[in-house]
Ligand binder design. Structure first.
Ligand code: HEM
Length: 452
């Protein structure tokens, strides 16, 4: 067995001194640990056998090859009170069966149908933009992705005021859930059912959101003969392997909430970073606008454009490398596990350092540079599989990856076909690693041109 380097620790003193850094600057803390101890290190924290994993080979074992020996971490178990037994939080055979039933809702053909909704929602959000406007692009991306998920979930014929109502309740609920589930103290209070004002508000919003979703489910059941193609009707019609039993209403509600949670903030965060990087790299911005002008001009983009937007997709890929929304995720060992001669006892918490692997000079030349063209040609052709893994891996890999690619590409394409945006003069920001790796400040762009 190989010994695992361990953070040296003076009990209580180290914990107190480092706790602030761990919570206040987790990226700096983990970078520091990797620099000191290497690709695998043990960071004992009172009550948790905590390991940082920075090696693509070991990450592959954890997420894919030996995934059966791991389950999701304690944070996910706390999330169960919110998302019940949805895809994100369920385990084992139950998860496998749910995933099998839900997969068809994310097939290529479905995503093709959602592409038009993605374009329409973007047009709706941007219809008031005029030349000279300063746009809070982060907020705009949240609004668009929330509209997209609401309309793809419940049907594109949904009235605008209902979309806005559902969106605003769920957005607020997500903000509060983010505050609770990224704070170990709140997770503890939540687990003990101690109702602080924030937790109380969480339960009130949850009740409101659930009652709206339940009504949609009831309507869907009563109108099952309609030829609907939205996500909800796919869930309502899904059948288990024997083709008999479908999902219960409670189960469908859990999956709806899960897809809202998992599928909204990740994409809007990634898009915020795309705009920031384009704004801070005007030469790459030029290449992006040129591609959109040449491929789409000023018409509405459509599904078939996706494959031709190579520069745009490389920009998204490179943004997901530099700012992976899921900047770390964790697995807990259900039993003793040995990987590459490292021994992890039962109960160990293995945290992938996705953000740091993505910026490792072993895999990427000048790793902190934003260079979308690194994804063309040979430079990245032979990367280890888990050197770039913003969508996770193995049987828990993001089910919405294809959806997210289409959504991000369509939103960027429609905006660039109608407007030119520049970063507001003097605007800079940095990272705020919480539930997702968000920009610390809302990104401000100026509309410098409008095409008719
Ligand atoms: C840029 C956008 C996105 C990123 C970076 C992202 C990232 C991820 C990651 C890393 C995981 C795995 C987490 C883990 O293993 O612990 C995951 C799971 C998941 N994602 Fe995404 N995601 C994105 C967009 C979406 C979208 C658009 C949807 C749905 C519409 C979605 C739905 C889900 C679901 C349901 C899971 C749980 C899958 C399972 O455990 O079987 N995601 N996502």
């Amino acid at each position: 067995m190989r010994p695992i380097p361990t953070r040296t620790r003076i009990p209580i003193l180290t914990d107190l001194l480092e706790f602030r850094q761990m919570v206040g600057d987790p990226l700096g803390f983990s970078k520091d640990m990797v620099a000191r101890y290497g690709d695998v290190c043990y960071i004992p924290v009172p009550g948790v056998k905590n390991y940082f994993i920075h090696d693509p080979e070991i990450i592959k074992e954890v997420l894919a090859t030996q995934s059966g020996k791991f389950c999701k971490s304690r944070m996910y178990r706390a999330l169960k009170r919110f998302l019940g037994e949805g895809l994100f939080t369920s385990e084992g055979d139950f998860h496998r069966e749910q995933r099998r039933m839900i997969n068809p809702a994310f097939h290529k053909q479905r995503i093709q149908e959602y592409a038009e909704t993605m374009v329409d929602c973007t047009l709706n959000e941007t219809k008031t933009w005029i030349e000279g406007n300063v746009i809070n692009i982060s907020e705009a991306m949240v609004n668009i992705t929330m509209q997209v998920i609401t309309r793809t979930m419940f049907g594109s014929s949904l009235e605008l005021d209902l979309i806005e109502k559902v969106s605003s309740i769920i957005t607020r609920l997500m903000v509060i859930a983010g505050k609770i589930f990224q704070n170990p103290l709140y997770i503890l209070l939540f687990e003990k059912d101690i109702r602080t004002p924030l937790i109380k508000e969480f339960y009130e919003l949850k009740k409101e959101a659930f009652s709206i979703i339940d009504k949609f489910i009831l309507d869907g059941r009563n109108n099952s003969h309609n030829e609907r193609t939205d996500l909800l009707s796919m869930l309502l019609n899904a059948k288990d392997e024997d083709g008999g039993k479908g999902m219960s209403d409670d189960q469908i509600r859990d999956e709806v909430m899960t897809i809202f949670l998992a599928g909204h903030e990740t994409t809007s965060t990634a898009l915020s970073w795309v705009w920031y990087l384009l704004g801070t790299h005007p030469d790459i911005g030029e290449q992006f606008y040129k591609e959109i002008q040449e491929t789409i001009g000023h018409r509405k983009p459509e599904y078939n454009d996706y494959q031709n937007l190579v520069t745009t997709r490389n920009i998204i890929k490179e943004t997901l490398r530099l700012y992976p929304p899921a900047w770390t995720f964790a697995r807990e060992a259900k039993e003793d596990v040995t990987i590459n001669e490292y021994f992890f006892p039962k109960g160990s918490l293995l945290c992938t350092l996705t953000y740091l692997v993505h910026r490792d000079a072993k895999y990427f030349k000048n790793p902190d540079e934003f260079r979308p063209d690194r994804w063309q040609g040979d430079e990245t052709a032979n990367l280890p599989k888990y050197a770039w893994f913003p969508f996770g891996g193995g049987n828990r890999m993001c089910i919405g990856e294809g959806f997210a690619w289409m959504e991000a590409t369509m939103i960027l394409a429609i905006i660039a076909s109608k407007f030119r945006l520049e970063l507001k003069k003097g605007f800079t920001t940095t990272m705020n690693p919480g539930f997702t790796l968000r920009p610390k400040d809302n990104i401000q762009m100026v509309v410098s041109k409008v095409y008719n």
